[in-house]
Every structure is written in structure tokens, then in C-alpha cells.
Design a binder for this molecule. Structure first.
Ligand code: ADP
Ligand code: ZN
Ligand code: ZN
Length: 763
């Protein structure tokens, strides 16, 4: 029997994005498999090109006499994990759209010229007493960077220089000074580009960052045992762990992964980029020693490739990293764990706009691997799947320390205004801030600016302009009119509130800088530190700000959502959430969910040290309760109420009702097709062509499909490129994928690629 291979030539050339069929010659039968890299004659001149095998079949799709033969095999990929990733890429192309090449580039390790690089290890050589007296001196003189480095080295003995500069935020000049003083030696070796530190304090548990874990809690045991038992029974239904922050989820992940590794398989641990802290790496290293590696966006292509190579060669068992770590080519992948599964950073913003959760589920199915997700505030999609039984649900409702939940006060900003307070801080917040400053406890002020859209609200009655068709907030455009991002509905903005007639109506505008100024005016002696996109522009800035705050170099940390993501500051006993509403009216269907998440996470940042020795750091004799002040114009909104009670289930029940009514995920799916063009007329023409095609398609399908648009996209013009959008809503993702195929097919038939067309599912 003759067999044929579908081959994609040279993935660096976008214009060749279709497969060509070649005969697999007798001598290569059996050697050529999915993912093989082969050489073939190509084009009229039969120039020799390389290509990947993406499919194998017995049925030629073109005249067999015209089929050319594969010349040779360059890399047989036999039993190589690349084949599974290839399968994933083929699925991604269909599911999300774009070219196969785009998908392949995402999943295949991108090789760059692999040159061995130099690894610099900083090793502490000074005797213990010398080091300790130096440490004392640095502490006394407030040389915080030196102090930080020496402390870390006294714990770890030796560290990768890169880790010191990137994670500890200590500059090379400080390291050089240490070397000159004879404190450290810098060892240079050329090896893999391995960014890992091996910690000497390897008691396998959180001795560094918590008390020693002697025994798992009942909840932890229950989850670990169940997941591993199901793994052995080949019940590979995905698992969702709904556990409050501090319930010991990370410990559970580590143990489940350990179990799977002991069974001879490998693990991928996905975490949102921002949560990839030094702590996480240390906790995993403590258990898996040098069998663990991590990748993150700051690594070079070469470093990344090296880590993938080590995985493929079986030199490591665990890969930690953000969404791209999913494509680690392990020989026998056994489990994928995804922490904070609700995080938006799991979705890619470039074509293919894939969601790591969906891809992980697919890859786990392809690989017979387990898939475990965890979150304190699961996405509505995942939780509903868990409730239906598609996912196995585990609840971990208790904090390990039994630490008290914070006390939450909701302040109605409309009443503040009524009583004459026009400032950003409510009276309640002012009063509590003064109290904490007096007690020398720390405060965080969170300015919720996520999805900062220019929605319009009335400060007197809380009225918000909404689209009469789409149930999302309208935004104020430069033309002074209010627009809906989904359907293009427009209306005039009146000078007074249509509800109560007040003149306090307008867009909400406030920045962290203004908040900081306000603090200085109200509390001239308070030391503040600010964290937002302006203050953390460079590598290491983020860690610098956080460690400065942890070292108590400031009393108040003012920041955007960056400050609410999973950092432990035991001295923080007050969290002020200014304008909780900003994300509530972000103008898309996920706005309430994001608001609930942010408020819950922010509230969870405080009062965490109450409870015995949770962080191992000494707290003051007097430990205040954690208190949270939520300032809002919408105190009656269900997301705000549920967050103030830290009640996920209550939120979910309300939210799922709205999603059902609106046909939004998980009740239905939405496809956003964006059209970008420098020429606005052409953009409009393409957009209305596409909308017409969608409407024709919608009439022909059996399922109910709603087409909305074309309208200006949320950001309608960037760098002089006009952006239009067409939306399609349907209960079935597959039907939307077929619609996308139809649109792509039509563009290809017309050979019209001047406007850039992109697809985004469940945006
Ligand atoms: P989560 O990931 O749910 O936020 P972690 O796994 O980080 O929770 O646990 C929170 C803290 O409790 C950590 O400092 C951890 O070391 C500690 N911890 C976890 N499990 C136990 C246990 N069984 N006994 C004692 N401390 C524990
Ligand atoms: Zn009003
Ligand atoms: Zn609308």
C-alpha cells in the first residue's frame, strides 16, 4: 500500500500556508510520521526544501501520477512529543482561525542558533560570622539591596546571577562590590541556559516562606488522594479546585505533581506571568530539586529553547511557566496544572488567539494526561462545567491558618457626595488610614482601573448610560457622543443626569498619581510608594517596588490591579478600594466577573497574618483585624455585594443567570471578527462584506445565530489604523468555527488580503 504525506513547507513563509501532498517512498515507509521533518522537491525547478509532515493518508488527493516523492528524512521525530503538539496545532488552526503556520509557530519550540552561553553563579564564600556581621552592618545603614542579596545568599549559598538581578532586583554593580570585598565568588561556566537556582534549604516544604508543613489538612489529603486515584483509574476528566487564597492549593499541586512524576511521567505547571515569583520557584525547587525548570517572558528565545530541549531529553520532570509553557515537549506528559485559571493572561492576544485553558484541556486529552485547574474565583465558564459534571469539582473553603476573613465595609459614594465630601477618600477610609498610620501598620490603596473605559456615571445617583440592545455600558468618544462597542448604537450625552437631573455626571478619571497626591495632602508624614505601568517599566522594577514595600520602606502602597495579585504583606491590615465601579462598567460581558475577582482578591490581601505564624515573620504584639473599605457608586450591584461577603457561589448564581439571558459564555459563544486597515473606506467595505457573508451563513445554519455589526471596535483607531468589528453569537463554538472558515475561505477566494482580518473567540 502506498501512503502519502501532507507537508507544510517552511513555516517561516506565511504565503505558503497550505499543505502539499508527497508520496512516502518504500524505503521511508514507517520512518515518516506525524511531525517528521523531511526534504522534498518543490516548485517547477524542483528546488530542495524542508517541510513538516502534518498528516498521513492512504488516499491521494491529487492525481497519483503527478505526486512527487519525499527525498529524505531529516529528523524522524519518532516517538517525539512534537507529534502531539502538531496535532494540537492542527486543532488550534480550526478552532481559533488564522494560518496553520501561525499555530505551528506557537506550539513548536523555536530554535535559534544554539550557542552555549555562559552561566554565572554567585557563590557565598565568606565564613558565616563574617557574613552575619556584614548583614548587620547593611541593615543598620539601610543598604536594602545589599541586605537583600546577602540574606538570599546566606539562605541559598549560590545563585544564578540572572536570578539575582531579575528577581531580587539587585544590580550587577552590587554583586561586583561583593566580589571585591571577598564576600562572594563568581563562577563562570558554559552550559545550558538554565535560569534556575538550587536552594540548599531543601526540606521539601515551606520552611522558608511559611512554617514547616508536617501534615496535610483533611481538605488537602482528600483532593490529592482523589486526583491521583482517578489518574490511576484513567478517569481523566479535568479537575477544578475551588479554594480560597491560603487554603493550601499550591501544596496540593506540588503533591499531585509529585505523585504523577513518581509514576514516571512529567508535569506542566501553568501560572499567570505575574504570579511567577521567586517564592513559587523556590517551593517547587525544594521538592523537585534540579528536575524542575521554568520559563517566562523575559527569557531569550535561546534560553527558552534550551529549557524545552532539556524537557524533551528527559532531564527535567516539571516545567513551570505562563501560557507558553504549555508547549513543553515532554516525552510522556502526565499532568497539566493551571493555577489561577480565571486569569485573563491565559488568553493570547495574537493570532491564533488561543486560550491556554482550552488548549490544555485538548493537549491533556491528546496525551492521556490529567488536567487540574485551581482558583479562588473560578471563571464562570469553568465553574459551570464543574457543576454540570464535565469537570470534577473540589472545594477547599478553609484557610490553612484558620485566619479570619477581613471585615469589609462598603461605602456608598453617592452618600459621601450628599454629605459634602467630594474627595477621593470617604470618611470611613480616612479614619481607618489615620488609625493604621498611628499603629505603624501598612495600608494598600487600590485604584481599580482595569478595562478603563470612558463610561459615564452620575456621582449623585449612580446612574450609568447603558446600551439598550446589549446590556453593556456605553463609552464616551471624542466626538462627545456615547457609543456601544458591540452594536454601534450611538446616543447623545446630556449635560445633566437623565435619572435625577444632577449636574455631577461625566466620565470617571483618576490616576494613581492623583491618589498619591491626595494622600500627601491628607497625611503629610505618610511615606507612599506607587505601582502602576509608569513605575514598573523596566525589568525588575516590579520586584523592586514589592520588596521595598515588604521591607517597610513605605506605609502606603498605591497601585492598580498589579498590587492585588497574590502577594503576602503580613503588615498590611487595611485595604482601600477606590472606585470599585471602574471595572464594572468596562463595556463587555465579563465586566461583573472581573470586578468580583478584583474586589475579592483585593480584600484577600489583608488580614492574612492574623493566625499563628502563617508567614513565619514576626508580627507586632497587637495584630489588628484586616479591614477593607470598598468605595462604590453601586453598593447594590450583585458583584460588589458578593465580593464584600467573599461569597463566590452567590456571585456565580446571579452571573450565570445574566449570561444565559444574554447568550454569553458559557451559555453561548461569541466570535469577534476585527478588520484593520489604514484606509477607512476599505475597512468599512471589508467589514460590511464580512457582515453580509455572516448573515447569509447564519440564515443557512440550523442553529440560532445572531450577527451584530459592523461597528467601530473598542479602540477604533490605533496609529492611524482603523479597526472595525463584526460579532457573531451562537450556542455552538463549532458552528462559529465553521463561520470563521467560511469567512477565511471567502477572503482567500477573492485573494483580498489588504485589510487585516483577525478572529477572537469569546473575547
Ligand atoms: P494557596 O495556593 O491556596 O494560596 P498555599 O499552598 O500557598 O495556598 O498555602 C498557604 C500557606 O500555608 C503557605 O505558606 C504554605 O506553606 C502553608 N501551608 C500549606 N499547607 C500547609 C499545611 N498542611 N500545614 C501547614 N502549613 C501549610
Ligand atoms: Zn443622577
Ligand atoms: Zn449595543
Amino acid at each position: 500500500m502506498r501512503s502519502y504525506a501532507d507537508i507544510i513547507i517552511d513555516i517561516s513563509t506565511e504565503s505558503l500556508d497550505h499543505t502539499f501532498q508527497y508520496l512516502i517512498p518504500g524505503e521511508l515507509q514507517g520512518a515518516v510520521s506525524l511531525g517528521s521533518l523531511v526534504t522534498v522537491p518543490f516548485g517547477r525547478g524542483n528546488s530542495i526544501r524542508t517541510g513538516y509532515v502534518v498528516g498521513i493518508t492512504d488516499e491521494p488527493s491529487i492525481d497519483p501520477s503527478a505526486v512527487k516523492s519525499i527525498i529524505d528524512i531529516r529528523d524522524d521525530n519518532k516517538n517525539r512529543p512534537v507529534a502531539k503538539l502538531m496535532q494540537l496545532a492542527v486543532w488550534m488552526k480550526h478552532y481559533y482561525g488564522g494560518t496553520l503556520i501561525q499555530s505551528l509557530k506557537v506550539v513548536l519550540p523555536q530554535k535559534s542558533a544554539v550557542r552555549p552561553v555562559v552561566k554565572e553563579t554567585v557563590k557565598l564564600i565568606a565564613p558565616f560570622d563574617v557574613a552575619s556581621s556584614k548583614l548587620e552592618e547593611f541593615t543598620r545603614k539601610h543598604h536594602t539591596a545589599r541586605q537583600r542579596l546577602l540574606e538570599a545568599l546566606m539562605r541559598a549559598e549560590s545563585m544564578d546571577k540572572r536570578l539575582i538581578t531579575q528577581k531580587l532586583g539587585v544590580t550587577s554593580s552590587v554583586i561586583k562590590a561583593f566580589e571585591k570585598d571577598g564576600l562572594v565568588r563568581i563562577d563562570i561556566e558554559s552550559s545550558y541556559r538554565n535560569p534556575l537556582v538550587i536552594d540548599r534549604d531543601d526540606d521539601g516544604a515551606g520552611r522558608l516562606f511559611g512554617r514547616k508543613i508536617t501534615e496535610h489538612t483533611t481538605d488537602q489529603k482528600r483532593v490529592i488522594e482523589s486526583v491521583l486515584r482517578r489518574y490511576d483509574e484513567k478517569d481523566l476528566r479535568p479537575s477544578l479546585i475551588h479554594g480560597v487564597t491560603g487554603s493550601g492549593k499550591t501544596e496540593v499541586y506540588i503533591d499531585i505533581i509529585d505523585g504523577v512524576v513518581q509514576r514516571g511521567h512529567q508535569a506542566i505547571m501553568l501560572i499567570p506571568e505575574i504570579a511567577l515569583t521567586y517564592q513559587t520557584v523556590v517551593r517547587f525547587t525544594a521538592r523537585f530539586k534540579d528536575r524542575v525548570s521554568f520559563i517566562h517572558s523575559k527569557l531569550s528565545t535561546g534560553e527558552r529553547y534550551d529549557q524545552f530541549l532539556r524537557a524533551e531529553r528527559g532531564e527535567i520532570d516539571v516545567m513551570i511557566g505562563p501560557r507558553s509553557a504549555l508547549f513543553t515537549p515532554f516525552p510522556s506528559l502526565g499532568i497539566i496544572v493551571m493555577d489561577e485559571e480565571h486569569e485573563t493572561s491565559y488568553k493570547s492576544e495574537q493570532m491564533p488567539k488561543y486560550h491556554a485553558r482550552e488548549c490544555a484541556e485538548k493537549l491533556a486529552a491528546i496525551s492521556d494526561a490529567a488536567f487540574v485547574m485551581g482558583s479562588a474565583t473560578p471563571s464562570v465558564e469553568s465553574y459551570s462545567r464543574a457543576k454540570e459534571g464535565t469537570y470534577m469539582l473540589y472545594e477547599m473553603p478553609e484557610r490553612i491558618t484558620g485566619g479570619e476573613l477581613p471585615v469589609v465595609y462598603t461605602v456608598d459614594l453617592r452618600q459621601e457626595l450628599a454629605s459634602g465630601n467630594k474627595s477621593m477618600f470617604s470618611e470611613k477610609l480616612m479614619h481607618l488610614m489615620a488609625d493604621r498610620l498611628k499603629r505603624k501598620e501598612q495600608i494598600m490603596l487600590f485604584l481599580n482601573r482595569r478595562g478603563y473605559a470612558s463610561f459615564v456615571t452620575c456621582r449623585k445617583c449612580g446612574f450609568v448610560y447603558k446600551c439598550p440592545h446589549c446590556d453593556v455600558s456605553l463609552s464616551l468618544h471624542k466626538d462627545g457622543r456615547l457609543h456601544c462597542h458591540y452594536c454601534g448604537h450611538e446616543e447623545e450625552m446630556k449635560g445633566v443626569c437623565p435619572e435625577c437631573g444632577s449636574k455631577y455626571i461625566g466620565g470617571m478619571r483618576a490616576g494613581t498619581e492623583q491618589v498619591e497626591n491626595m494622600v500627601h495632602r491628607a497625611f503629610p508624614d505618610a511615606r507612599t510608594i506607587r505601582m502602576d505601568l509608569d513605575t514598573v517599566k523596566h525589568k525588575g522594577d516590579y520586584e523592586k517596588v514589592l520588596s521595598a514595600f515588604a521591607n517597610e520602606e513605605a506605609d502606603i502602597l498605591v497601585g492598580t490591579q498589579m498590587i492585588v495579585k497574590g502577594h503576602d504583606f503580613p503588615k498590611v491590615t487595611l485595604m482601600g478600594i477606590l472606585a470599585a465601579d471602574m471595572s464594572l462598567y468596562a463595556g463587555d460581558y465579563r465586566a461583573a466577573e472581573r470586578t468580583f475577582e478584583l474586589l475579592t482578591q483585593a480584600a484577600g490581601r489583608t488580614g492574612r497574618a492574623c493566625g499563628p505564624g502563617r508567614t513565619g515573620r514576626a508580627t507586632t504584639d497587637h495584630t489588628s483585624f484586616g479591614e477593607v473599605v470598598i468605595q462604590t457608586y453601586s453598593p447594590d450591584n450583585y458583584a460588589v455585594i458578593a465580593a464584600s461577603r467573599q461569597d463566590y457561589k452567590k456571585f456565580y448564581e446571579e452571573e450565570i443567570g445574566y449570561r444565559k439571558i444574554g447568550g454569553y459564555p458559557p451559555s453561548g459563544h461569541m466570535l469577534m471578527i476585527t478588520i484593520e486597515d489604514k484606509d477607512e473606506k476599505r475597512a468599512d467595505r471589508t467589514a460590511s462584506d464580512i457582515a453580509d457573508l455572516c448573515r447569509t451563513f447564519a440564515e443557512k445554519t440550523d442553529l440560532l445565530m445572531q450577527i451584530i455589526g459592523p461597528a467601530d471596535a473598542q479602540i477604533s483607531k490605533i496609529n492611524d489604523v482603523y479597526k472595525k468589528a463584526v460579532y457573531a453569537k451562537c450556542e455552538s463554538h463549532e458552528t462559529l468555527s465553521l463561520l470563521k472558515d467560511a469567512v477565511e475561505g471567502d477572503r482567500a477566494d477573492k485573494q483580498d488580503f489588504r485589510s487585516r482580518v483577525e478572529y477572537d473567540f469569546d473575547p
